[in-house]
Design a binder for this molecule. Structure first.
Ligand code: ASP
Ligand code: MG
Length: 441
């Protein structure tokens, strides 16, 4: 069985809902994982924020606006009056539940409950739409099988047991619909897999049922070899290994939630990225095969902070890095890039929640310099450091100040840290050199 995940834009309007229906109704049994309709989760976060700020009026107003949008969707999707009535009752119940909680005291659980409503709405509406169209569709509530443990990792055993049980109880259906993003936590409270987490839901589900393939359907025809928002004429990459895709997903190719590849890789399930509005396009296939050497893609990640830690005590000493790392560990702040010289170490973080506390502790034994507004530019591919063009990268970059370079940490990645103001120019320069064969003087 295959697992097909459709993102917010794929279920964001009537026309796209109809396109999705065409794609999934092909006589094969499958699981369909849905995000919330586009814009909905952002609006739900706004509602949660208004409640947090005790702005009940704004919260209520936003809920009413959103409910209007859903009423229109229901109006235009359903002709069958019985089904239309069922959907209307469900949609109304969600919005009246939301209106009832706007005066409650804000906490994490309230937030999780609010943001979960988007996927509950989209899956209910879509399942009923399929039923109206004569498809044997069955909703499988994610909250009956999707669970994370105390470390916020998927509880794979629980998921596998429960999902397979629920499927076996619903064998006659052709298409199973379920919610992406939402889950229970270890205490059984409603939780989620973080923003964009529906992709991750799809591969977790794929691994749990040992799927033939997981397909992520979205509004772009696969992972591109550069960022299409900043660079013209980017191309979809036809094949990526799990390692290459994981590097790209983390370093800013926003099409995939960063953790998505992991469950598929562990279970060796191919992941295919496809364009809902252009299903004839090949898309990107991610699997365990390595094709072609050299640089396949360039991506950038903003919001990076560089920290330079300098100490004469580092000279010829051992244990210095351990001391540094322990401070980041204490504040649960992951380090992304790292470079060292004999008396200094530079590293980058993207979570600056504890930046002040970390800096204070580091300053007890070193001098510390912090640079914000940095971007990591990463070049991803296979056997990348051996590639014939790699040695010329410095020429391409000679007009920019490169704050850090990480080369050789893996076969799949070279990372550069630049000031965010230079990012677009660097992406463009690299693009013409690597993919358009421009000669560098
Ligand atoms: N609806 C959630 C979000 O917007 C999850 C997802 O779309 O993947 O973050
Ligand atoms: Mg997404």
């Amino acid at each position: 069985m295959k697992v097909l995940k459709f993102g917010g834009t794929s279920v964001g309007n009537i026309q796209n809902i109809k396109s999705v229906t065409k794609i999934i109704v092909d006589g094969e049994k499958k699981i369909v994982v849905l995000s919330a309709m586009s814009g909905t989760t952002n609006t739900l976060v706004e509602i949660a924020d208004a409640i947090k700020n005790k702005d009940v009026e704004i919260a209520n107003k936003t809920i009413l606006l959103l409910s209007k949008k859903y009423r229109q969707v229901v109006e235009s999707l359903f002709e069958n009056s019985t089904i239309k009535q069922q959907v209307t009752i469900y949609v109304d119940s969600i919005f009246s539940k939301l209106l009832q909680i706007t005066s409650k005291v804000y906490n994490e659980l309230l937030y999780s409950t609010i943001v979960a409503q988007g996927e509950l709405l989209s899956t209910f509406i879509f399942t009923k739409y399929l039923v109206q169209q004569g498809v044997k569709a069955q909703l499988l509530p994610a909250l009956e099988f999707m669970r994370i443990d105390r470390l916020n990792e998927p509880d794979n055993f629980y998921i596998q047991q429960n999902l397979n049980r629920i499927i076996s109880e619903n064998l006659p259906a052709d298409i199973y619909i379920t919610q992406g993003f939402i889950c229970l936590d270890a205490d059984g409270n409603i939780a989620n897999l973080q923003r964009g987490g529906s992709d991750y839901s799809a591969t977790i589900i794929g691994a749990a049922i040992n799927a033939d393939e997981v397909q992520i359907w979205t509004d772009i025809d696969g992972m591109h070899n550069n960022d299409p928002r900043f660079v013209e004429n980017t191309q979809a990459i036809s094949n990526l290994s799990y390692e290459e895709a994981a590097e790209l997903a983390y370093f800013g190719a926003r099409i995939l939630h960063p953790q998505t590849v992991m469950p598929a890789r562990t279970a060796n399930i191919p992941v295919r990225l496809k364009h809902t509005m252009r299903p004839e396009r090949q898309g990107t296939l991610i699997n365990n095969k390595v094709t072609d050497e050299g640089i396949k893609a360039i991506a950038a990640k903003d919001g990076i902070t560089a920290i330079k830690i300098k100490s004469a005590r580092m000279l010829l000493a051992y244990g210095f890095l351990k001391k540094v790392f322990e401070i980041f560990e204490k504040y649960e702040t992951p380090i992304d890039m790292i470079t060292t010289s004999e008396i200094a170490v530079s590293l980058t973080i993207d979570n600056i929640t504890f930046l002040n506390a970390i800096t204070e502790e580091l300053e007890k034994f070193a001098s510390v310099e912090v640079d914000q507004n940095q971007s990591i530019i990463c070049l991803v591919g296979h056997s990348i450091v051996n590639h014939s063009k790699t040695h010329c990268l410095f020429n391409v970059l000679q007009d920019f100040s490169i704050r850090m370079i990480s080369y050789g940490g893996s076969e799949n990645n070279i990372s550069l840290l630049v000031n965010t103001k230079d990012k677009i120019k660097v992406l463009k320069n690299l693009n013409s050199y690597v993919f358009e064969n421009s000669v560098i003087a």
